[in-house]
Design a protein around this ligand. Structure first.
Ligand code: CTP
Ligand code: ZN
Length: 152
């Protein structure tokens, strides 16, 4: 995309989560725990044209450098995402998200009988499989629609 077509402004310092699967930008924000209530400056592009993907979402967070741990969970819903760390307008770091082995406290178990859904719910814990996630407490496996399990 040429410069005059830039849809979402460049940021000064922070994190750009690029090449997010189209339609997943809001889930990305939920996962990294940003809802704007703390005054964070966030820009979102949805379904923007991309070279690598037919369409992509993009999320830019000013003033926050997200840690590897925070972003790796994104691989479950945005496996092609690129994390760009920006300082003084320059990209100083770029890496792909990596599949974590375990995801804690981010997803909700779909099994209503699971101990994590009891009156005093325990923190959730899922093992990451090649093609899905498995609840460490009740063994429920979810392969499709992992984004629907994201805790609001
Ligand atoms: N970006 C930004 N603000 C900056 C610098 C970069 O918002 N000050 C964004 C760019 O718009 C782009 C992403 O961060 O979406 C990565 O920037 P860059 O590495 O310069 O772009 P590309 O080379 O196109 O990245 P890639 O090869 O990962 O597609
Ligand atoms: Zn469970």
């Amino acid at each position: 995309m040429s410069e005059h077509e830039l849809r979402v402004s460049k940021i000064r310092s922070g994190t750009v989560i690029d090449h997010v699967r189209a339609g997943q930008a809001l889930n990305v924000l939920t996962i990294v725990g940003i809802d704007g209530s703390e005054g964070e400056e966030v820009s979102i592009g949805m379904n923007v044209p991309s070279d690598r993907l037919a369409r992509k979402d993009i999320v830019k967070v000013e003033g926050r450098e997200l840690s590897q741990e925070e972003v790796d969970v994104l691989s479950l819903i945005a496996p092609d995402a690129t994390i760009n760390i920006v300082r003084e307008y320059e990209v100083v770091g770029k890496h792909r998200v990596e599949r974590p082995q375990v995801v804690e406290g981010v997803l909700e178990c779909p099994n209503p009988g699971c101990i994590t859904n009891a009156d005093e719910p325990a923190a959730t814990r899922f093992e990451v499989l090649e093609d899905g996630v498995r609840c460490a407490y009740c063994g429920t496996i979810v392969r499709e629609g992992i984004a629907d399990l994201i805790r609001e």
